[in-house]
Design a protein around this ligand. Structure first.
Ligand code: NAD
Length: 481
């Protein structure tokens, strides 16, 4: 069995508690790795190492161009190790074998992008109303960044934080999800091989209460970059407020996928399915509310059910599989409980609605792709994030009603709009309260553009030139003769 310790200050470190916990494969249920169980003492050691690396290590003395070169070397190493790290994520999370290496290559692209930005952080000379006064604005890194990540896309979501944080000149302590730590430790080991000095990237593994909370509370942490659910996100926000730490929060969603009757319906059916059943519904951006115009509602649902019924569900290591297992046991149980809630609320079950077990389903951590119709927006199944393969279908009559339903929710991460009418596409994109809007597509993301949420979906943005600003602060310098 693989054995992982913390990675602190460039060395593998035994947890202070001496304790470990198992990481299990969702499909086989087998424990395959032992992960160090961190505590406050490990957090303190890692944060102090990161702080020393920030205040007096070579990282801070390096030119931004040199930092960029090391990040480029890291990107190349990630690319070279994409298959290996992808397989680790497949074991840990149950992701599809057809997707994992591509995700690791995607992480490499993020490092290439931010490597390029490292030496393009420019200040300003600001014209002043008084002659003879020079005012300059410079952008400085913040210090130690705590990066706390979930289990659904471990490497990608860590990269979204670490790449801009390092490009800006910060140092980091990563706390991966207790369910998926291995790929992050492997990634951190590559940082040193890329010439990133010891102490710049540290990883402490363990549980939210035992590692995440002391990390957020540590006085030497300057900024917390968190991805996870809104409940934990709120706790992190409150804890960070105690000493005014900066935060970015990438939280949950209940994203509307809106199909108008003038849409290319073949594409819209594919988009609706990819939107909710991609990654077995375990994505923050899942299009979990499908809003159908009443004129196409019944025929669209029929096509949806026909297509979903043909999906290949099973072993994620089989390249033919389209829908894999649920990554964790608690998540599996949560999804089943939401199916019961939806039934009790009066939603109409038209497909799935049960667990799958037996031959081809490993240890049985599978939920059949599930579709509810006759959902109204007041129901919990329309308001709360399930984070699984459960689709709520709602009807609307016209554009105003579609927008009203889309926005009548506490989240605002993403939205899809399917129409051939350009004017409608632009109007509805403006009216929908979401950080990302996809028109005639769903789920596109890129390192080159900001991603993040309105309302309970979070604070701040990851991706694009916006994200590097989240890891910098301006300093205004006044010079008089
Ligand atoms: P979670 O909130 O349970 O945990 C996320 C991380 O926070 C884990 O590492 C956990 O150990 C840690 N944590 C928990 N409590 C903490 C605390 N009090 N202080 C500090 N750290 C703490 O989320 P999860 O189940 O791992 O992930 C699923 C959630 O993540 C979903 O809600 C999903 O929508 C969200 N998510 C959001 C995005 C985005 O970009 N907006 C992307 C992926 C996932």
């Amino acid at each position: 069995m693989q054995h992982y310790q913390h990675l602190i200050d460039g060395s593998w470190i035994e947890p202070a508690s001496g304790a470990y916990f198992d990481s299990e494969e969702p499909f086989s249920g087998k424990a395959w790795a032992r992960i160090g169980r961190g505590t406050e003492a490990d957090v303190d050691r890692a944060v102090r190492a990161a702080h020393a690396a920030f205040t007096s290590g070579p990282w801070s003395r390096m030119t931004a161009t040199e930092r960029g070169a090391r990040l480029r070397a890291l990107a190349d190493l990630l690319e070279a190790n994409a298959e290996r790290i992808g397989l680790i994520e497949q074991r840990d999370n149950g992701k599809l074998i057809t997707e994992v290496a591509g995700q690791a290559r995607g992480a490499a692209q993020w490092f290439h992008y931010y490597a390029g930005l490292a030496d393009k952080v420019q200040g300003q000379v600001v014209p002043m109303p008084k002659p003879g006064v020079l005012n300059m604005v410079k952008y400085e890194p913040l210090g130690v960044v705590a990066a706390i990540t979930p289990w659904n896309s471990p490497l990608s979501l860590t990269t979204w934080k670490v790449a801009p944080a390092l490009a800006a000149g910060n140092t980091v302590v990563i706390k991966p999800s207790e369910f998926t730590s291995a790929s992050i430790l492997e990634f951190a080991a590559l940082c040193e091989a890329a010439g990133i000095p010891p102490g710049v990237v540290n990883v402490v593994t363990g549980f939210g209460a035992e590692v995440g909370a002391p990390l957020v509370g540590h006085p030497l942490v300057a900024k917390v970059a968190f991805t996870g659910g809104d409940i934990a996100g709120q706790k992190v926000y409150e804890a960070a407020a105690a000493d005014f730490k900066k935060v970015t929060l990438e939280l949950g969603g209940k994203s509307p996928n809106i199909v108008f009757d003038d849409a290319d319906l073949d594409q819209a059916v594919k988009g609706a399915i990819a939107g909710i059943f991609g990654a077995t519904g375990q994505t923050c951006m899942a299009g979990s509310r499908l809003l159908l115009q009443d004129t196409i509602h019944d025929s669209f649902v029929e096509r949806l059910v026909e297509t979903v019924a043909r999906a290949r569900i099973g072993d994620p290591s089989d390249p033919e599989t389209q829908i894999g297992p649920i990554a964790t046991r608690p998540q599996f149980e949560k999804i089943l409980s939401y199916i019961e809630i939806a039934k009790a609320e009066g939603a109409r079950l038209v497909h799935g609605g049960h667990a799958l077990s037996g031959e081809g389903y490993g240890q049985g951590q599978f939920v059949a792709p599930t579709i509810f119709t006759e959902v109204t927006n007041g129901m919990r199944i329309a308001q709360e994030e399930v984070f699984g393969p459960v689709l709520s279908v709602l009807r609307f009559h016209d554009e105003d009603e579609a927008v009203a339903i889309a926005n009548d929710v506490n989240f605002g991460l993403a939205a899809g709009i399917w129409t051939r009418d350009l004017e409608r596409a632009l109007t509805v994109s403006d009216r929908v309260k979401a950080g990302t809007v996809w028109v005639n597509n769903y789920r596109a993301t890129s390192f080159a553009t900001p991603f993040g949420g309105y309302k309970r979906s979070g604070i701040g943005r990851e991706g694009g030139t916006e994200a590097i600003k989240e890891y910098l602060q301006p300093k205004s310098i006044w010079i008089t003769p």
